[in-house]
Design a protein around this ligand. Structure first.
Ligand SMILES: [Zn+2]
Length: 634
């Protein structure tokens, strides 16, 4: 295998600072408590109950297991083990591992085994439980025999997401060597699975109908497929991820780094939306793409999602989430007559326990822990910093203990320290990226103009490297004549005050009760603004170090921005939601200063705004037809 970097394992990497705090919040919130409150996990067929016995427990474990180990929480570790024990105990003598119940094996969608096999290795790499490799080996072998004989086939989700099994196949290959059937299985999956390169020919438009090959979660997941498959099969890199990214960014890109899909590809409108699962899965794809290719752009795309799209769609306490978030989201209220979304229901952008559908309830918990496990990776010569958030890495390097502590508060602050503590003199090498957006960069107090800091050879004891840089706010043109403000990896938005209404009820045997109830958010302040002048200086100012890293009540940063009221208008047929594009962009008043905050902190917000038009010196306001909606509809 030719990957540039590899993930650290077990106790080699621990989050600290705000990343650890975020994980603690998650542990006390929904994803840390689903086995106590949510029937589809608590009473799943995977653990002998009668509720869902397919993707929901593996999805939940994919986040819960690393959350437990990264926090070193013994209670959570024992609760994770109870699930793994039950799953392994349910494996049949021929290797079949899924609780298909009364469903014949040939009709059970094997997406569950593609997902579960990966999740079991997450458990193995953190716990060292020696039962796992053999169990996964037997489960995949059983599936392989079924596919080869034709008694089992790929269909629906297993056909779309065939590549997810490559994660476990790759790990088995590392542990047991290159057994021919494993490579045969990888080839068979590629042949029988959905051809994503061909599917991408449909991605140049937006959809109001549901198909697997435009489904936003599948699309996020498939980004890694080609490079991962080439790596497993020993083939040269394909470059397909670059090609897919370019299409998605052009036709469906949003300023938070996610791609619109509600829940299929949705174009660039700031009020279409994208599903939380797609954010989590895109992040996971980018973590793999960075490890496989070593190209920093995947790490920068990863942090854009982690610092913007992910926190924006989770409540501060992580007890509730949205299914779809919108870039311009001035209300989270169900539509009265019809949904705002392509194929998602009217409740998809409320905050709640399982708004629209429960996949995100089970799956969103993987995003922060997998991100935390990807911030530093192992290189051939030592360690590679992927994104310089607070963390502690500790490895054995050619017989010498080497620790790397990343201090500071990135991305909320751009002064970062890297402390290497070596148990003896060593030729260990450390690589630290300098973000592409950084200006006035200094390393150890001296100006630096490279994009990678590389140090090789460390003496016994402590060595400290400091990195400092500036990020300047700038407006970027997005779509339909709108602009978005960002500084570094952080996108900024105008926060709209929210009036929250709480809903507690029971539906289909699942209870919504505080703190896992539903919330509708009504706008309680003006949102109809445009940027008042493009040539402003946008200076991020540190305001606070809140207990919640992306706090909606006490945001860590803000930028003062000149804005003016405009006639924006509501989306036709809706009482609260702003129109996709403003009706007129002429300034209606003399303007005012507004504090923009990180997008991830603003649950109601306006992010993409037009530049206001001001009357010319002659006094005429000039013709103003508003902004033009772009793109073509299918
Ligand atoms: Zn989902």
């Amino acid at each position: 295998m030719s990957a540039k970097y590899s993930f650290l394992k077990g106790p080699e990497l621990r989050p600290s600072g705000w990343v650890r705090r975020q994980l603690e919040i998650q542990a006390a919130g929904q994803a840390g408590q689903l086995d106590r409150i949510w029937p589809d996990v608590r009473d799943s067929r995977w653990v002998g109950g009668d509720r869902e016995g397919w993707e929901r427990v593996p999805y939940w474990l994919d986040g819960f297991i690393p959350l437990a180990y990264l926090l070193g929480d013994e209670d959570m570790i024992s609760r994770a083990k109870r699930y793994v024990d039950a799953i392994l105990a349910g494996q049949q003598s021929d290797g079949w591992i899924c609780p298909n119940g009364d469903t014949p094996r040939e009709k059970y969608d094997m997406w569950a085994v593609e997902l579960l096999s990966k999740v079991l290795f997450v458990y193995y790499d953190l716990s060292g439980d020696g039962r796992v490799p053999e169990a996964v080996y037997r489960a995949l072998r059983n599936w392989y025999e079924g596919l080869r004989s034709g008694s089992l086939k790929l269909f629906e989700w297993s056909r779309s997401r065939w590549f997810e099994a490559l994660v476990a196949i790759r790990r088995l290959k590392e542990l047991r060597g290159e057994e021919p059937w494993l490579l045969d299985l990888a080839r068979m999956l590629r042949e029988q699975g959905l051809d994503w390169g061909a599917a991408s020919k449909k991605w140049d438009r937006f959809y109001y109908e549901w198909t697997h090959d435009t489904h936003i979660v599948n699309v996020g997941m498939c980004m890694k497929a080609s490079e991962l498959c080439a790596d497993v099969l020993g083939e040269p890199p394909t470059g397909e991820a670059d090609r897919l990214y370019a299409i998605l960014e052009r036709f469906h890109g949003t300023p938070s780094g996610a791609f619109n899909g509600d829940e299929c590809l949705a174009g660039r409108s700031p009020i279409r939306g994208f599903e939380l699962c797609s954010v989590a899965e895109l992040m996971y794809s980018y973590e793999w793409l960075f490890a496989l290719t070593g190209r920093q752009k995947w790490a920068e795309r990863l942090e854009r999602l982690a610092f913007n799209a992910l926190p924006a769609t989770l409540s501060d306490d992580m007890w509730t989430h949205q299914y779809d978030q919108m870039t311009n989201q001035n209300a989270c209220v169900p539509g009265h007559t019809r949904s705002l979304f392509g194929t998602n229901g009217t409740e998809a952008n409320m905050f709640g326990l399982e708004p629209n559908y429960g996949c995100c309830t089970a799956n969103h918990g993987q995003a922060w822990p997998h991100f935390a496990m990807s911030t530093v990776m192992r290189s051939r010569g030592g360690l590679r910093v992927v994104t310089p958030v607070p963390a502690l890495a500790s490895i054995d390097f050619r017989g010498t203990r080497v620790e790397l502590e990343i201090g500071g508060d990135y991305p909320f602050d751009n002064d970062i320290t890297f402390t290497v503590t070596a148990g003896g003199d060593t030729d260990f090498a450390l690589e630290i990226p300098v973000p592409g957006f950084a200006t006035r960069v200094t390393v150890d107090g001296r100006p630096f103009d490279g994009r990678l800091i590389r140090r090789k050879g460390f003496p016994k004891g402590k060595t400290v490297i400091t990195l400092g840089f500036r990020t300047e706010g700038r407006l970027t043109r997005t779509t339909g004549g709108l602009y978005a403000l960002s500084a570094g990896s952080l996108l900024y938005a105008l926060p709209v005050r929210a009036e929250k209404k709480k809903y507690e009820y029971v539906r289909y045997g699942t209870e919504r009760k505080f703190p896992y109830c539903d919330y509708r958010l009504y706008p309680a302040s003006d949102w109809n603004f445009g940027f008042d002048g493009p040539r402003q200086s946008f200076e991020p100012v540190r305001r606070a170090r809140p207990d919640v890293p992306f706090s909606s009540e006490d945001p860590p940063l803000s930028i003062s921005v000149r804005v003016a009221h405009i006639d924006w208008g509501l989306e036709p047929g809706y009482r609260y939601n702003c129109a996709a594009y403003p009706a007129h962009t002429a300034a209606l008043d003399g303007g005012q200063t507004a504090e923009f905050v990180p997008y991830g902190c603003a649950k109601l917000r306006m992010t993409e705004l037009p530049l206001c038009r001001r009357p010319s010196k002659s006094g005429a306001a000039g013709a103003d037809a508003g902004t033009e909606p772009p793109g073509k509809e299918k």
